[in-house]
Design a protein around this ligand. Structure first.
Ligand SMILES: Nc1ncnc2c1ncn2[C@@H]1O[C@H](COP(=O)(O)OP(=O)(O)OP(=O)(O)O)[C@@H](O)[C@H]1O
Ligand code: SF4
Ligand SMILES: [Mg+2]
Length: 346
């Protein structure tokens, strides 16, 4: 395979970095002159770094701002505030010309394998599309490269002239993966790539992505709405709630020593975790979150989780809890809570 990682992006080095990343969608109203009457605080000051060659999982309930984060990082959306760095370069407001050489290195895979492929184009044309747009001419020609990519993602080179409707959901997602690979990306933002697929197919697609990470050294920002999917794929995980990251850390930190009450609630819904006993030998109870997620137009003051948190006190309404190591945790495990849960015993 022709992928290679340049010297400046060795495994473990920060590749795609967000600092204070914010997206507030304006709400327009008024008559006869429309003006801004409010804002949807979809993403509100998040920090994260996807390192070269790693899989970073971003998890949270529907509407918490995961897709917006993915679209900001791939520069499909313009941020309201904050910065984005790619390989040390500030690309926050880079124009099309400056982005051109970078665009190919940062690719996205979408949730819906049905609507993300043009039904009137053959598979060959769909996968070759990004190469055409970017004027990339592989040594053996585009068609040969597309056939090679079909094999890489577990399809047959014979599928070149078929149309998307001839494929199952899982196969279509493979076509989407092949299209993302056509530009030899260094990082792929995968926005719930398996959520729309049958459970029996999900593991196959996750395994494919895991193989691409291992063999091609591609880093992933893997977006999912529950902790079960990212468990076997992501070395590091961040949990989002209402536009903010509430906890982040290595996989073991999050699954075995969760600190934020919301992470506890999410984990208790993962069957393979909740049914078993944790490191301390105590069974994890199922925590049912009551109430709805508040509107991101008028999020709660202080800690945004407080309206659903069973531990909320006055301080939680008054002060935004900073994302910092909880007492006893290392620099790599961060929690945004005034009264973090204790980790299970020694
Ligand atoms: N273009 C837009 N204009 C206004 N509001 C938007 C826009 N895009 C997203 N939002 C709002 O921003 C919030 C975050 O949306 P986002 O799609 O990022 O969430 P998500 O975590 O990906 O959810 P899901 O799990 O449902 O995909 C939601 O309240 C959504 O309604
Ligand atoms: S800061 Fe308060 S409301 Fe927020 S998660 Fe912690 S205890 Fe709950
Ligand atoms: Mg989404």
């Amino acid at each position: 395979m022709t992928h290679s990682i340049p010297a400046q992006a060795r495994d473990g080095e920060p590749l795609l970095v967000a600092e204070g990343l914010t997206k507030h969608f304006p709400i327009m109203g008024g008559f006869p002159v429309k003006r801004k009457v409010g804002a949807v605080q979809a993403v509100d000051g998040i920090d994260l770094a996807v390192r070269a060659g790693e899989s970073f999982g971003l998890v949270g309930e529907s509407g918490c701002g995961k897709s917006t984060t993915g679209r900001l990082l791939t520069r499909l959306l313009e941020p309201t505030a904050g910065r984005i760095h790619y390989r040390g370069e500030d690309i926050t407001h880079a124009d099309r010309r400056r982005l051109a050489p970078i665009r190919s290195e940062i690719q996205m895979i979408f949730q819906d394998p049905y609507s993300s492929l043009n039904p009137r184009q053959t598979v060959g044309k769909i996968i070759a599309g990004p190469m055409e747009i970017n004027g990339i001419a592989p040594p053996g020609g585009r068609e040969a490269r597309v056939r090679e990519l079909l094999e890489v993602v577990g399809l047959s080179p014979e599928h070149y002239n078929r149309f998307p409707h001839e494929f199952s959901g899982g196969q279509r997602q493979r076509i989407g993966v092949a299209r993302a690979l056509a530009l030899e990306p260094k990082v792929i933002v995968a926005d719930e790539p398996v959520s729309a697929l049958d459970v029996s197919i999900q593991a196959q697609v996750v395994n494919l992505l895991a193989r691409l990470r291992r063999e091609l050294g591609i880093a992933f920002l893997f977006i999912a709405h529950d902790l079960a999917v990212v468990r076997h794929f992501s070395q590091r995980v961040a949990v989002m709630y209402l536009g903010r990251i509430v906890e982040s850390g290595d996989r073991d930190d999050i699954y075995r020593r969760p600190r934020h009450p919301y992470t506890h609630a999410l984990l208790s819904a993962v069957p393979e975790v909740s049914g078993l006993s944790d490191a301390a030998g105590t069974a994890r109870e199922r925590i049912r979150l009551t109430g709805d997620v508040p509107s991101p137009i008028l999020p709660p003051s202080g800690c945004r989780f407080r309206t659903r948190c069973w531990k909320a006190r006055e301080k939680c309404a008054e002060e935004v809890p900073p994302l910092v190591p909880a007492e006893g945790d290392g620099e790599g495990h961060l929690t945004a809570c005034h009264f973090p849960e204790f980790p299970p015993g020694p």
